[in-house]
Design a protein around this ligand. Structure first.
Ligand SMILES: *Cc1c(COP(=O)(O)O)cnc(C)c1O
Length: 390
């Protein structure tokens, strides 16, 4: 028998989460962000669940080829644009839309030979200071692009640094929103601003702006296109302020395994490397076939003061001791108290959906490990077999 660990991908959860994000985004079209191999879920595995999106957004040209190979004919957006001039050939061939965030990318376009002009999104640096043109370079870049025969429509995009929280103690997006609105006020083109956090928290806020042709249409933060990532996969972008349940979002990935051993501890016995956990009384612990080589975070808390939640046969318990490469230990006392299975072979849910309608959000596990759900999803290890649920 193979080692009992596996990951499950839930297409129904992806569909559900897509519906929820659409509800928040109003009339805006929705890019399902499938970068980083669909946040670790696998592009091919999420494709069925996310087919209802209006477009797929990603970074890697190899991933763009994969979504075309799956038969996706809709828009594909390269969120960081091209990395070198010859990437434009693939953009032309696969009809990829691409972000333009620096002058070099405009230079490359200017010398690119193509019969079909490209749809681009000009990226504004409104304060994140990662990619994009700040004012006034943004207007100059727009004029340069607008003069190129290689360019068809020019969309306008920016990215918020603090859509999930306050920014320096103030409203998280107000300043960037104002900058974007001001610089783009009289420019035509589709707007795209919102990631998951902005969609869930700010989508209906007014972007006081004048849209196409100065018609005076009032846009919201959802604007013309939203870019939904982590929430589609069942991560709350602003945990711990709001949980999955608050947003009515479901885990799209379950990581589960089984007990492969149990130990009876006496008072004073310690568990695992570094003896981080000391039994305060007699207790039973279970050893789970899951470790950091599977992508479970090694920094997940397992001391006497701080534990990380784990489900055993659907009962919530906690990690005890340090996570090792292939194993971790859990407290079986709450499971025994609930009258559920504490024997070798018992079902263990590291995150996602468990038996008896139980659920454990990846955000909670991440939080107890000093990280975010995004990182854990993306870090699922290659050695973990992945199945599609249903
Ligand atoms: C990754 C990414 C997103 C999606 O962000 P989430 O927080 O996962 O929703 C949106 N826009 C850009 C530019 C990105 O790189």
């Amino acid at each position: 028998m193979p080692r009992p660990i596996e990951a499950l991908i839930h297409p129904c959860a992806l569909e559900h989460n897509l519906r929820i994000m659409r509800r928040h985004a109003g009339d805006a079209r929705l890019w399902a962000v499938v970068k980083a191999d669909a946040y670790g879920h696998g592009i091919e595995r999420v494709y069925a669940g996310l087919q209802g999106a209006d477009g797929l957004a990603l970074l890697d040209l190899e991933e763009a080829e994969r979504v075309r190979a799956l038969g996706w004919r809709g828009p594909v957006l390269l969120l960081e644009g091209c990395f070198e001039p010859r990437d434009l050939e693939l953009c032309s061939r696969l009809n990829l839309w691409h972000a333009v965030h620096c002058n070099e990318q405009i230079d490359w376009l200017a010398t690119h030979k193509t019969n079909v002009p490209h749809q681009v999104f000009l990226k504004m640096n409104s304060g994140m200071n990662r990619l994009g043109f700040a004012a006034p370079a943004f207007r100059t870049a727009w004029s340069r692009l607008n003069a190129l025969p290689q360019v068809d429509d020019i969309g306008l995009m920016t990215h918020f640094s603090d859509a999930d929280a306050l920014r320096l103690g103030q409203d998280g997006i107000a300043q960037q929103l104002a900058i974007f609105a001001q610089i783009t006020a009289d420019l035509p083109g589709h707007r795209s601003l919102a990631n998951s956090a902005a969609i869930l928290r700010h989508a209906t806020r007014a972007l006081s702006n004048v849209a196409d042709d100065g018609v005076g249409e009032r846009l919201s933060v959802a604007a013309d296109w939203v870019r939904a990532g982590v929430a589609l996969y069942g991560g709350s972008p602003d945990y711990p302020e709001h949980s999955l349940t608050h947003w009515d979002i479901q885990p799209a990935m379950t990581l589960r395994s089984r007990l492969v051993a149990t130990q009876q501890l006496k008072t004073g016995d310690t568990v695992g490397y570094g003896s981080q956990y000391t039994a305060q009384a007699e207790m039973r612990i279970g050893i789970v076939a899951c470790g950091y080589a599977d992508g479970y975070p090694r920094h997940a808390a397992g001391s006497n003061d701080h534990g990380t939640p784990v489900l055993v046969d659907g009962v919530r318990t906690r990690l005890v001791g340090r996570v090792s490469m292939d194993m971790l230990a859990v407290d079986l006392e709450p499971v025994r108290a609930a009258g559920r299975n504490t024997e070798i072979g018992a079902d263990v849910t590291l995150w996602g959906h468990g038996p008896h309608q139980s659920q454990l959000s990846i955000d909670e596990v991440a939080h107890a490990a000093g990280t975010i759900g995004y990182e854990l999803m993306c870090a699922l290890s290659r050695r973990v077999p992945v199945r599609i649920d249903g």
